[in-house]
Design a protein around this ligand. Structure first.
Ligand code: AMP
Ligand code: ZN
Length: 455
């Protein structure tokens, strides 16, 4: 059995294959100028689910996820590097910002039980690779030095441009908002920058054959994925917004440089809304994993909420769905305790079939609910099937509930302390912290609020 999954390019559900016996995967991002929000995390968990689905069926995966720490320009009119903008706001060195948010990204992934990638190459440390690829593209006639000295990809030199997104060159109108609005030196409006000359910019710039400057965001992923995955990516993952222009441009660059189709399947996860609204900083509607933990909700409730939706459907995360998921996790862990303590998994065909069918996670969860309630399946087998399923779900179902559950008294102390903090009653908040810590919890305060964990 193998996983089949929807491929954006062919617009069909296709089996995941691998040439070498090891499936190569590449997942885009994060851009480390801020904390990942729960929407970003949905996309990163999608890549983990694909990986775990392949591994559950006995396959092997090598996964690369890049860290974008330079070259991703802001979509507003300032058209500045997101890292440099944030460095200005926080009055810090841009690399300090990048490393701080990179560390937090790894912490978030660990809390959601996302298995670590084989490598997390940083764009800023892969500049040589990008320069080599840009050179190759120029020599092969796919790129040119523009009238402003920056290097551009010649979109017309790549005839199948537009296959992923449907945005073919003849339908892309001049004036369409491209990522770099100040690309004055290009020959055709749909071309894009591979290397930008520094101009007035003084930070995050490198020497190159074309002068000091910095790479375009799209060339970063082409250079890193081709180098680290031996010129072929079986499954390429990102959020739906990356379909165009990021992945369209990435495909053009990689295919042009290598001379072959370089990606087997393009998988795009739909976006996550929060309480019915798009998450955006400007509207104050951004939720982080730490916000969820601060409410005393197990972070894995987020993962369970993701699993309750098909990855190709937009989903709405709400506080009430998170609380329900939290209760569901506690219930399942309690049941697991009541079904014994064996740790051996039992293969379940129906569960695997559901996830291998374009990651039908709602049906897989439905299968578990049937197993849970079945009068014909012995408790020991129920537990074993759940253990098998949890190799994919990664919801810590077999860890004893006692480790996770907080008592009613602890919950109300946490609430009282949050209230005291909000109202700046600091000494009361300190004594509540002491009370909570005496019950075995560790309390941490961050910019996002109060967080707790078990000692
Ligand atoms: P970034 O940190 O901007 O590089 O984005 C990291 C990943 O998150 C990309 O794959 C985006 O497509 C994805 N993404 C951004 N917003 C959302 C959202 N609301 N829901 C799901 N994925 C998202
Ligand atoms: Zn990318």
């Amino acid at each position: 059995m193998t996983l089949s999954i929807y491929d954006t390019l062919s617009r069909q559900v296709q089996p995941v294959t691998s040439i070498s016996g090891v499936t190569t995967m590449y997942c885009c991002g994060p851009t480390v100028y801020r904390d990942a929000h729960v929407g970003n995390l949905r996309t990163f968990v999608l890549s983990d689910l694909i990986r775990r689905a392949i591994e559950l069926a006995g396959g092997k995966v090598v996964l690369i996820q890049n860290i974008t720490d330079v070259g991703h320009m802001s979509e507003d009119i300032s058209n500045q590097d997101k890292l440099l903008l944030q460095a200005e706001v926080e009055k810090k060195d841009p690399f300090e910002i990048a490393r701080m948010y990179e560390t937090r990204f790894h912490q978030d992934l660990a809390e959601l039980n996302v298995k670590t990638a084989d490598q997390y190459p940083r764009a800023s440390q892969s500049i040589e690779l990008m320069i080599a690829m840009i050179n190759k593209l120029i020599v092969q006639g796919f790129a040119y030095v523009g009238s402003d000295g920056s290097v551009y990809f010649d979109s017309k030199s790549f005839p199948s441009y537009g296959l992923i997104s449907g945005n073919r060159l003849d339908s892309l109108k001049p004036g369409h908002r491209y990522e770099y609005s100040d690309e004055g030196g290009k020959r055709f409006h749909a071309d894009w920058a591979l290397w930008k000359l520094a101009g007035a910019r003084t930070q995050m710039i490198w020497e190159s054959p074309w002068g000091a400057g910095f790479p375009g965001w799209h060339i970063e992923c082409s250079a890193m994925s081709m180098e680290l995955l031996n010129n072929y990516v079986d499954v390429h993952v990102g959020g739906i917004d990356l379909r165009f222009p990021h992945h369209e441009n990435e495909r053009a660059q990689s295919n042009a440089a290598i001379g072959l189709e370089t990606v087997g399947l393009w998988v795009h996860g739909e976006h996550l809304l929060f309480e019915g609204r798009k998450m955006s900083k400007s509207s104050g509607n951004v939720v982080l994993l730490s916000d969820v933990a601060a409410q005393g909700i197990d972070p894995l409730s987020i993962r369970l909420n993701f699993l309750e939706n098909r990855f190709r459907s937009q989903m709405d995360l709400t506080w009430s769905s998170l609380k329900n998921a939290d209760a569901q996790l506690s219930k399942w862990r309690r049941k697991m305790d009541s079904w014994g303590d064996s740790l051996s998994p039992k293969f379940d065909q129906e569960f695997l079939e559901a996830i291998e069918n374009d990651l039908d996670t709602p049906r897989a969860l439905q299968r578990l609910r049937i197993v849970e309630k079945s009068l014909r399946i012995a408790d020991v087998d129920k537990r074993a099937i759940f253990i098998f399923a949890d190799e994919f779900l990664a919801l810590n179902l077999s860890t004893s509930q006692k480790k996770f559950e907080i008592s009613e008294q602890q919950r109300s102390l946490l609430e009282a302390r949050m209230q005291a903090r909000n109202e700046k009653r600091w000494s009361e908040s300190d004594s509540l912290r002491n009370e909570l810590e005496a019950t075995g919890l560790i309390i941490k305060d961050s910019a996002a609020g109060q967080e707790w964990s078990w000692r």
